[in-house]
Design a protein around this ligand. Structure first.
Ligand SMILES: Cc1cc2nc3c(=O)[nH]c(=O)nc-3n(C[C@H](O)[C@H](O)[C@H](O)COP(=O)(O)OP(=O)(O)OC[C@H]3O[C@@H](n4cnc5c(N)ncnc54)[C@H](O)[C@@H]3O)c2cc1C
Length: 386
């Protein structure tokens, strides 16, 4: 590595160009792009290569979240904001609704969901019986279902890229292939040490140093590592979520079909998502690991091992599929704030520490849906200091 390229001063530096960092950059650029110098730093060569493009692409209603939490509030607000932004940016979506199905033994859980739905203000919900379910989802096996109208599906990668293009055009500087390795306080803000990776193996990596008045930590599964640089002790427990794909039977579901949740923080259940391209994703499962590198050996050793689990779970919800209809799809890693066996679901953490340094930690599902509302929340925290 060479010596420091000592450098530039920014008003705001955003660490991480996942959907959360991108929405924060976009919101700042729209509001104050002409006046502020904004930098968005990411260790990868492109934006949104991690959780933000490896998810179900579901625009959640907010019905699953515990009332009174940030997750509930930011998901419900994010859902409404998301459709407006998708229209504005011409990103395709389907507001197809979510059908949460149950058998007689899970009726209590469905009632709890409905209660949460009212408390969270998710809008229109309808309880359906088996004949009504069959009319809209012919292959779904269920006695009862709850249809939540505000849920939908979109293409998260297309949205992320559009936010990137818009932010860049509005003056946000992106520093890609650049890993934040250390942070220190200076008189008027923070000094951020960055290593810029050179893709040519014959060339050296470059060390850079920038300063910023305000810093946002939206580093996904690495947000705890960034927080530790400031003395904050959070631990993120990485948890893989895998998907299989059904390509040959696009008629099996028309929308988003979910099981009734167990409310024990195992996830909201392996579900079927009719994607924008017509294929159906089945997943995600939940496997805790002690590695954060998506392409690392430990992760690769754990994935694509459980087709039976996916086939069995999907067959509990729909009829008419065979094991051979499922082919391996993809996986993402959740940034969870509680480990294996934990029963309580932690809330999103959005914390300022020290002053003018905002950390976003544990932004797992429904973080994609919530991202425009998270950005608004963060910008409101710093607005009077910009
Ligand atoms: C399997 C799965 C399914 C999901 N399904 C849904 C869904 O259907 N609907 C929904 O609403 N939500 C869903 N989510 C949640 C959603 O995807 C996440 O909440 C959201 O993508 C989090 O975005 P982020 O920007 O915080 O993190 P990320 O997308 O992980 O971005 C963080 C960025 O920080 C960068 N970074 C990290 N460390 C450093 C460093 N030291 N220096 C520089 N850059 C760094 C990374 O390279 C990365 O680009 C799902 C998540 C998973 C994993």
């Amino acid at each position: 590595m060479t010596g420091y390229d000592d450098g530039h001063r920014y008003d705001v530096a955003v660490i991480g160009s996942g959907i959360v960092g991108l929405f924060i950059s976009y919101t700042l650029a729209k509001m104050e792009g002409n006046r502020l110098k904004i930098l968005c730093i990411d260790k990868e060569c492109s934006v949104a290569l991690h959780a933000s493009s490896r998810n179900s692409g579901v625009i959640h209603s907010g019905i699953h979240a515990k009332p009174g939490t940030l997750k509930a509030r930011l998901c419900v607000n994010g859902n409404r904001m998301m459709y407006t932004i998708l229209d504005r940016l011409s990103i395709p979506y389907r507001r197809c609704g979510m059908l949460i199905v149950c058998t007689d033994d899970s009726m209590g859980a469905l009632e709890e969901l409905q209660r949460r739905g009212y408390a969270n203000g998710v809008g229109a919900m309808r309880l359906l019986h088996s004949d009504e379910i069959r009319r809209i989802e012919r292959y779904v096996k269920a006695d009862t279902g709850l249809l939540v109208e505000s849920a939908g599906v979109t293409d998260p990668k297309a949205l992320a890229y559009r936010l990137y293009e818009y932010s860049r055009a509005s003056g946000v500087e992106f520093m890609l292939k650049s890993t934040v390795v250390d942070i220190g306080e200076v008189v008027d803000g923070y000094r951020i040490e960055i290593v810029e990776r050179d893709t040519d193996p014959m060339e050296h990596d470059v060390k850079r140093r920038v300063t910023a008045g305000i810093v946002i930590n939206s580093a996904g599964i690495h947000a705890d590592d960034i927080a530790k640089m400031l003395g904050l002790k959070y631990t993120i427990y990485p948890c893989i979520g895998e998907y299989y794909i059904i390509r040959n039977k696009p008629y099996i579901v028309n929308s988003l079909v979910y099981p009734t949740p167990t409310f024990d923080y195992r996830g909201i259940g392996v579900h079927l998502t009719k994607r924008l391209d017509g294929t159906i994703a089945v997943g995600p499962n939940a496997i805790y690991i002690d590695e954060k590198d998506e392409d690392g050996d430990k992760v690769k050793g754990k994935v694509n091992k459980s087709i039976d689990e996916f086939y069995n779970k999907a067959s509990e919800i729909v009829e008419g599929i065979n094991r051979e209809d499922l082919e391996y799809g993809y996986y993402g890693i959740r940034a969870r704030l509680a480990g294996y066996g934990s029963r309580d679901e932690p809330d999103f953490v959005i914390e300022e520490y020290p002053t003018k340094f905002i950390h976003l930690i544990g932004i797992e599902s429904p973080g994609f849906t919530a991202s425009p509302a998270i950005a608004e929340y963060v910008v409101n925290m710093i607005r009077d200091r910009l």
